[in-house]
Design a protein around this ligand. Sequence first.
Ligand code: BEZ
Length: 202
Amino acid sequence: MMQLLGNPASPYVRKVRVVLEETGQADEVERIDVATSPIKSAPEVTAAHATKKIPALIRPDGCTLYDSRVITRFLDARAGGTLYRENRVWEVLTLEATGDGILDAAVLMVYESRCRPEDKQDHGWVDAQWGKIDNALSALEARWMSHLSGPLDAGQIAVGCALGYLDFRHPGREWRKGHGALDDWFAVFSQRAAMTATAPTD
Ligand code: BEZ
């Protein structure tokens, strides 16, 4: 059986779990949750992922896969799914990169406060990360709302997990302010069974 190395707080792992749910493969993967951090990796993570990150998908009949985008594409192909439709693949991949870019900035903000002593934290740098997120939210509203409202794909899943992570770790930043269309979209998307089943926990 395949094994997914992960953690219930990780938004990258959540993307994989949402794809497992949406493609009907959740029972085909054993979830192994590990406590890991950028400073101190769990030994299982060090062994499975070259740069010591989660998620990693350990397969009995092939190489271990990472990162989350490789895993989600593999799982969709394995299921004969439609999350990376060929006729829109460049749009899907760009939307997915936008969701992941929001996540990268949001996670770096968390690490800055969690992994560095208070007097070494750079608040200007943290605010600049939020500036990237705010710009991405505006870009989504300006250019992607029609795509977001179309048939389910991996780009939508990445954006949904990114917005869920902003609620989880950065509620004080109030991302909904000035982004009403995304707020409306996420109010519906976040009610999907795959999203409620994978809500992040510490
Ligand atoms: C978090 O606790 O926010 C987190 C955990 C794993 C990966 C990224 C973020």
